[in-house]
Ligand binder design. Sequence first.
Ligand SMILES: *Cc1c(COP(=O)(O)O)cnc(C)c1O
Length: 368
Amino acid sequence: MKQLLTGQQPQAVRPTQKPWSGLVEHYRPWLPVGERTPIVTLLEGNTPLLRAPALEKRIGRGVRVFLKVDGHNPTGSFKDRGMTMAISKAKEAGATAVICASTGNTSAAAAAYARRGGLRAFAVIPDGYVAKGKLAQALLYGAEVLAIRGNFDQALAITRTLAERYPVTLVNSINPYRLQGQKTAAFEVVDVLGDAPDWLCIPMGNAGNISAYWMGFQEYRKAGASRKLPVMHGFQASGSAPLVLGSRVANPTTVATAIRIGNPANWAKALAVRKESRGHFTSVSDGEILAAYRILASEEGVFCEPASAVSVAGMLQHASEIPSEAQVVCVLTGNGLKDPTTALENNQSNLYTNLAPEPDVIAQVMGL
Ligand SMILES: *Cc1c(COP(=O)(O)O)cnc(C)c1O
């Protein structure tokens, strides 16, 4: 900019790094793909690990907080990490159609990757409980969306049955390739920090992602790519907290629709993660979730969806337990634009409407 202002010609910058190739190519030796696997990619992964100074100031004691901003993925959520693997492997096996149950993001990711790979995509969703942006994505990507009068858990049960009976490949997180792709997020965190963090804070719905992160951290440590393992802190919304309560929730409720799940598909895996990492599962209220959601946007400039703010709400609830100088990574699973309704209904900003198009009128409203 300075050069431009002084009239000097800017020098072309020679690229020093290869352009990002998508997470399967980048982490190929760590993933179950072969020479002949057709890789279906939208160049997912390589998402920002962003320092969070406002949160650090709230916590103090030299604690360093990082946000893994996975809403930067191609369809706006971490689900893309698993879907590049699941769709590539489905295609390799000769599948022509995939099916998922979804609170929204899985359907958007499945649709995008399936259509790019030339497959049909079916999504079974709970009618009325999928955020607008997610439904819009799934439909525009070309998914065939089946909305049931029921919740996610019922949708998943139906989807499992259909995948057993008909030639459609299930791409929910019980598909093992999903977790393989998702574990790369842990690799990326270690690749940036140089080691695993002390704490990992993450929302849990079906608990596929917490299981995938743990797998990634463990594999890296076994290979000598990191020295330590994080303590895994999994958080659920208090109206949908089966893993915290230790029993199924028949009618889960929460503003965080992405994790409105009463019977997590990866229950046993999640309990193993908690045990092995000496971790903790706790719940946060919808009020705490929305408070964290507003702090992230208005103090850090990061617009995530309510389910993602759960990791920060949980961290803040447990702030006094974080060791001094520790490094904490909060996983922000999805983009805020997915759910404009919640943003419009839960901000504390002023929207002045119906103003006369006059500078004096505007200045007065501005308080000038
Ligand atoms: C899917 C999802 C989750 C929950 O992930 P699980 O693997 O089901 O625990 C959290 N946040 C967002 C935005 C999601 O889309």
